[in-house]
Design a protein around this ligand. Sequence first.
Ligand SMILES: Cc1cc2nc3c(=O)[nH]c(=O)nc-3n(C[C@H](O)[C@H](O)[C@H](O)COP(=O)(O)OP(=O)(O)OC[C@H]3O[C@@H](n4cnc5c(N)ncnc54)[C@H](O)[C@@H]3O)c2cc1C
Length: 311
Amino acid sequence: MFDAIVVGGSFAGISAAMQLARARRQVLVIDAGRPRNRFAAAAHGFYGHDGRPPLAIRDAARQQLLAYPNVTFAAGEATAVLRADGGFVVAITAEGGGTRQERGRRLVLATGVRDELPPIAGLAERWGSTVLHCPYCHGYEIGGGPIGILGGHAHTLQKGAMFADWGPTTIFLEGGDEPDAAQAALLAARGVTIERSRVAALLGTAPALDGVCLADGRIVRIDALFVAPRTLPASGLAAQLGCAFDDGPQGPYLRVDEARQTTVPGVFAAGDAASPMHNGTLAAAAGVLAGFHAHQSLVFGLPPAPSATTG
Ligand SMILES: Cc1cc2nc3c(=O)[nH]c(=O)nc-3n(C[C@H](O)[C@H](O)[C@H](O)COP(=O)(O)OP(=O)(O)OC[C@H]3O[C@@H](n4cnc5c(N)ncnc54)[C@H](O)[C@@H]3O)c2cc1C
């Protein structure tokens, strides 16, 4: 029996496992090898690694973790989980085929989310290069040229004005809410253009982007398009265990308390899967907290889990 099983071996999972490993606990990390930022050529804003390829950052972190002899790594997918004997039994399908079960006293879910991209022609093949989710991560590299924001939700109107710091900005409303008077005034003051005709297709040779073609036939030249895709849990394990979720602006995320414990005692969670804000540094920080508290719960007992019902 492992002291802890960490599912997900990226920013959050490796950070959690590192704390447990350094506490000399037996840790199993299971990773399917599909981190969310794998579509980007470079990751930005992560302490000490600005501009490095995402998988190089992940590989360096994994190598450092696996230097601890009390860490076991399983390349594959955790496909099922159940509570048993005061802990958890996890079914694993290995990368090369074959299944097995492992037991752990604590479970850390660091499984991330998957992005549901809008079904616009030419969008998916540019994801991570000229179709982007976050200006802090990739806005600087656009180089100050014209940018678009694919709207359709309140979030876009609230945040739209700040995008002008990265380049002349057009918000494509996509039939969504109109800005209220205060938003319209701020957007106008920042030089942001509002476009009401829908985006029909992206233009240029992917991954480059020359502009967008609108439903009314006009072309708007942009160098990059920001979208806020709907995000869904990348794994069904939390749902299998009955963990509660909250609704974020982009999709559901696991409810956790300050100790990063979910509503199911003994199940901790960190990273994009358990936060409405998605960023490598925030995921790593949450992973550290999950690791601390999962370890401490092995010594002091489990803290009370947050309520599964809101209110
Ligand atoms: C295109 C793009 C570019 C980005 N660029 C940046 C950037 O430059 N800087 C930045 O700070 N943030 C960036 N982000 C955000 C960043 O990728 C996420 O915030 C971060 O990856 C979250 O880390 P995580 O550990 O929670 O999840 P992930 O990194 O998504 O890792 C989850 C891991 O869990 C594994 N997993 C899931 N389910 C299972 C299972 N059942 N069994 C086994 N393994 C499983 C996955 O395969 C994956 O390896 C970007 C996001 C996108 C989409």
